[in-house]
Design a protein around this ligand. Structure first.
Ligand code: GDP
Ligand code: MN
Ligand code: MN
Length: 252
């Protein structure tokens, strides 16, 4: 058994309005059931999600949080503009974004972009994945899956990894319910986070710095799903999320 992870080379610096699918197709010949993994950074750049810190006017709540935490109120304003709920204010802003993803700073980045600018993640990552996937399929004539990734920390471990924040035509979670282990016992671990595992694998080639590899193609694994799929399938339902409940208690 094996699969390939292929870095797509020669992608230029991406700017607002750039046509990512055609740039990708110019630099790799896609095959049926390839999984095209795209860093949210370049999706956001192409979508023009770039803001100048000095143009942001903080509101009352941002000023209050900034006073409590000693951070730049304009940056807090940016984070709040993409947040549904703030779970932690200090020492970092941990929020649930409007698309349901829980992460630090609502995924707003200050790296891999010019100084003084903020890069907001795509506002609706599933919609972005779907738009990119449909165009990639049209240009290549192949059946494809797409995952938009970002780099996130994990609650209990040192080190960030790639995670999925938006998907197209891939089931993000593999259910092992009803299957047996090597010794015939019912499986205890029954849900495998396929989309995050693939994002992590792709991130090995992307890295976090000046590598200039925002797109990786995974070939040889078959997770293609010929219907609409949604990243929210990966988000734990509110009533079962005991960590979030705990964080809310700490905030009070
Ligand atoms: P994130 O994880 O989505 O926030 O993306 P990162 O900022 O970590 O970047 C992931 C990869 O994409 C790294 O290899 C970066 O060097 C690369 N990258 C970021 N922006 C661009 C760009 O505009 N063009 C190219 N070619 N690579 C980029
Ligand atoms: Mn990022
Ligand atoms: Mn990254």
């Amino acid at each position: 058994m094996k699969f390939e992870a292929i870095a797509v080379e020669n992608i230029p610096l991406i700017h607002a309005g750039d046509n990512l699918p055609s740039i990708i197709c110019e630099n790799i010949e896609l095959q049926d059931r390839d999984i095209v993994i795209i860093a949210s950074t370049v999706v956001a750049k192409a979508e023009g999600e770039i803001f100048r810190l000095e143009d942001i006017t903080p509101g009352k709540i941002s000023l209050e949080i900034a006073a409590r935490t000693g951070r730049d109120a304009r940056f807090i304003e940016a984070v709040l503009s993409r947040s549904g709920e703030v779970l932690v204010e200090k020492p970092f802003m941990l929020v649930t974004t409007l698309s349901g993803h829980t992460c630090v700073n609502a995924g707003i980045d200050e790296s891999n972009i010019e100084n003084g600018f903020l890069l907001y993640p795509p506002e609706n990552p599933d919609a972005s994945a779907s738009r990119l996937g449909q165009e990639l399929e049209r240009l290549s004539g192949k059946k494809l899956s797409v995952i938009i990734t970002d780099t996130n920390g994990r609650a209990f471990k040192i080190g960030q990894t790639g995670v999925a924040i938006g998907i197209y035509k891939i089931k993000p979670v593999k259910r092992w319910i009803g299957e047996k282990d090597l010794f015939g016992r019912d499986l205890e671990i029954t849900e495998e986070a396929i989309a995050d595992e693939l994002a992590g694998a792709a991130n090995l080639l992307m890295g976090e710095g000046a590598g200039g590899i925002p797109v990786v193609v995974i070939r040889g694994l078959d997770y293609y799903c010929d219907e609409e799929t949604y990243i929210k399938e990966m988000y734990r339902p509110e009533e079962l999320d005991i960590i979030k409940k705990g964080l809310r208690c700490l905030q009070k």
